[in-house]
Design a protein around this ligand. Structure first.
Ligand code: GAL
Length: 669
């Protein structure tokens, strides 16, 4: 399927901000020439262009944009057209301060920066709707416009009186009565009971900051606010022309909103991926591979890589340039995981402003002679060669990892344990990384009502602290009917409202695991324990849950402490399936050993059926295997069958050599 039916090819390009360059007509002409040379076929236009589009209230200036879109169109370059709501003109902030966000200390922001609007402000909504409608009326019929880019990287919350009113209305709708709210938020503790709806403010560091259930609700409400704003913008452009799909660019390791929920408002999921290359490339690649799979999972469809850097960023503590070859390798990572694009921030470096030193395809020298430019062109060429993969059907993964935003928030806000228990994304990534290195494809699912686990052979539930949406019933049925379930410490402790289950844990699943949790112990970073399994010791750090078994078989035990000799890894047959429970935080080698055994016994396919050296990963997309070398060293791999590298046309068999940062797209035959 194509995400951009008006232009069904792999997109290559990125953020194009000609509004910075309107006084440099030669630069604008040169841009198109250089874009052709770089094999750019699509740009994201006008993302922060409101001040240039509406320099005075109600006076639109579309002339410059007409010229840009036409010039691009003549050169065969398509447009992902942005709505400009990510930043607003100074006149608007001055005349209508209510468009600006109020922070969590209840202070109204001043003009400046971006991503700081109030999502409730009727004035802001009216202004956004008006400019979105005007953009749609002017450009939606233009054949060069293929996608709507709604705003930019939505994030954060607003604490203004209007948003507070909406928060209270949302709570009323959710809980019905104050009694129910007080019960769910457990406000009997510390005299926190509310006796009137008007007493409820949002959680904040200067007010109610210690109630985890309230914080989780606030994040859900914030998601709802953002989704509502996106739907308003979507409606504005679709009421003119419903044909062009809508996206909004999402982010990595994002915390503020529930992306499974937010994605319902989008036609196309896209995201901005900025790994910190040059330190631990395998780890960086695994984290971003995981986010690619998460993005694909939100809608169970391909996604777009909306932004990445052609060379470096300017906002890390250490901003390294990509080493030679890394640009092609890192651009093939999203492709391998289902992206229909490789896009950048930004096309040309600005002369000033906060991002003047951020990487761009064209630098301040304005030429095509740079290493960066040449490597970008190489990606453009690669995407053309990979055209046969564009619509190729993808086999459904047989492994599912549960990743749930409410669980992420609940762990974050819970006052307990240590960072080792609470760093949910890292815990999930550790499991993901082991599978990714084996070449096993993975889907992500959350705990929403409609989640269906029935098609999977293996479901992994890392630190599934919260149970909601009937997940315990689904996991029980899944195992009973023959599935393999693997869970870890901290499982099934609180309900969807954030209250502790008054039961043995993992709640309602102790018979499925044949084990019961007794205590959750954590270690200081300088401490360690070990799991003894098959006569071998596997290092344990951070978390040691003390469990007792009922029916489960004990496969690993603790080496030290008062729980020495007690179970650490268990397996229980339940119905036609089995449930594994890993009570401690082990290293990657232990997870790999465990998952390797499970995947083999379930016959789960791998991208390549041969052992791969450390740092070399294989990923199957539509029958083509992307073999990628993140190890920083030359590596050899023995192919199980003859292949053709789509990137070079070479026929390969037997032992092949992958250079540093090498990547191949290996089609069968
Ligand atoms: C993204 C943002 C871009 C640019 C880029 C720099 O998060 O959407 O506008 O700021 O980061 O890396």
């Amino acid at each position: 399927m194509s995400l951009t039916p008006r232009f069904p090819v792999f997109l290559h390009g990125g953020d194009y901000n000609p509004d910075q360059w309107l006084k440099y007509p030669d630069v604008l002409e040169e841009d198109v020439r250089l874009m052709k040379k770089a094999k750019v076929n699509c740009v994201s236009l006008g993302i922060f262009a409101w001040a240039a589009l509406e320099p005075e209230e109600g006076r639109y200036e579309f002339g410059w944009m007409d010229a840009v879109i036409d010039r691009l169109w003549k050169a065969g370059i398509r447009v992902d057209l942005a709505t400009p709501s990510g930043a607003r003109p100074a006149w608007m902030a001055q005349k209508y301060p209510e468009v600006l966000r109020v922070d969590d200390r209840f202070q109204r922001r001043h003009f400046g920066g971006r991503h700081n609007h109030c999502p409730s402000s009727p004035v802001y909504r009216e202004k956004v709707r008006a400019i979105d409608t005007a953009l749609a009326e002017r450009y939606a019929k233009h054949p060069g416009v293929i996608l709507w880019h709604i705003s930019n990287e939505f994030s954060g919350d607003c604490y203004c009186p209007l948003c507070q009113e909406k928060w209270r209305a949302w709570l009323r709708e959710k809980y019905g009565t104050l009694e129910a709210l007080n019960d769910r938020w457990w406000t009997g503790f510390w005299s926190m009971a509310y006796t009137d709806w008007s007493q409820i403010e949002p959680p904040s560091p200067v007010g109610q900051d210690a109630n985890p259930a309230m914080w989780v609700d606030w994040r859900r409400f914030s998601t709802h606010q953002c989704k509502d704003f996106i739907l308003m913008e979507k409606e504005a452009v679709h009421s003119v022309c419903p044909e062009i799909p809508v996206t909004a660019n999402l982010m990595q390791r994002f915390f503020d909103y529930d992306y499974f929920d937010l994605s319902e408002a989008l036609d196309v999921v896209s995201w901005d991926s900025y790994p910190g290359w040059g330190l631990d490339d395998v780890k960086a690649a695994s984290e971003h591979a995981m986010t690619h799979d998460l993005m694909r999972s939100f809608k169970d469809r391909p996604f777009l890589l909306m932004e990445s850097t052609p060379s470096l960023v300017n906002w890390q503590e250490v901003n390294r340039v990509k080493r030679p070859g890394m640009h092609l390798l890192s651009s093939m990572l999203p492709l391998a995981h289902g992206s229909q694009s490789v896009m950048y921030f930004q096309w040309r470096k600005g002369r000033g402003g906060s991002e003047m030193f951020h990487g761009a395809v064209v630098g301040h020298d304005g030429t095509a002679d740079t290493r960066v430019f040449k490597e970008v062109r190489q990606v453009g060429e690669a995407l053309e060669k990979l055209a046969p993969l564009y619509g190729a059907p993808q086999e459904k993964p047989r492994v599912c990892i549960l990743y749930d935003y409410s669980c992420l928030w609940a762990l974050h806000y819970a006052q307990m344990g240590s960072e080792a228990v609470k760093d949910y994304p890292e815990t999930v990534n550790a499991w993901y990384r082991a599978l990714w290195k084996m070449g096993v494809a993975v889907d992500f699912r959350d705990m929403r009502e409609e989640t269906d686990l029935s098609g999977y052979a293996l479901v992994i539930a890392p630190t599934l602290f919260m149970f909601r949406g009937g997940i315990e019933e689904k996991l029980r049925r899944f195992t009973e009917q023959g599935g393999t379930l693997a869970a870890t410490y901290g499982c099934g402790v609180i309900d969807g409202d954030g209250r502790a289950f008054l039961s043995l844990t993992p709640h309602a699943l102790t018979d499925v695991f044949g084990a019961v949790t007794e205590e959750l112990d954590v270690l200081y970073p300088s401490q360690s324990n070990a799991m003894i399994m098959d006569g071998r010791e596997w290092p344990v750090t951070g978390v040691c849950e003390v469990i007792r078994t009922e029916d489960a078989e004990v496969l690993g035990t603790y080496r030290d402490d008062f729980y020495a000799g007690r179970p650490c890894l268990t397996r229980n047959r339940f119905g036609k399936g089995e449930a594994w429970y890993l009570a401690a935080r082990t290293d990657e080698a232990a997870l790999t050993a465990l998952l390797d055994g499970i995947c083999r016994s379930l016959g789960i396919p791998r991208a390549l059926s041969v052992p791969l050296p450390e740092g070399v990963v294989a990923r199957d997309r539509g029958g083509c295997v992307f073999l990628q070398n993140y190890s920083g060293r030359e590596q050899t791999v023995t192919l199980p069958d003859p292949r053709t590298d789509l990137l070079t046309g070479a026929s390969l068999s037997g032992e092949i050599t992958l250079p540093v940062c090498g990547v191949m797209a290996l089609a069968r035959g």
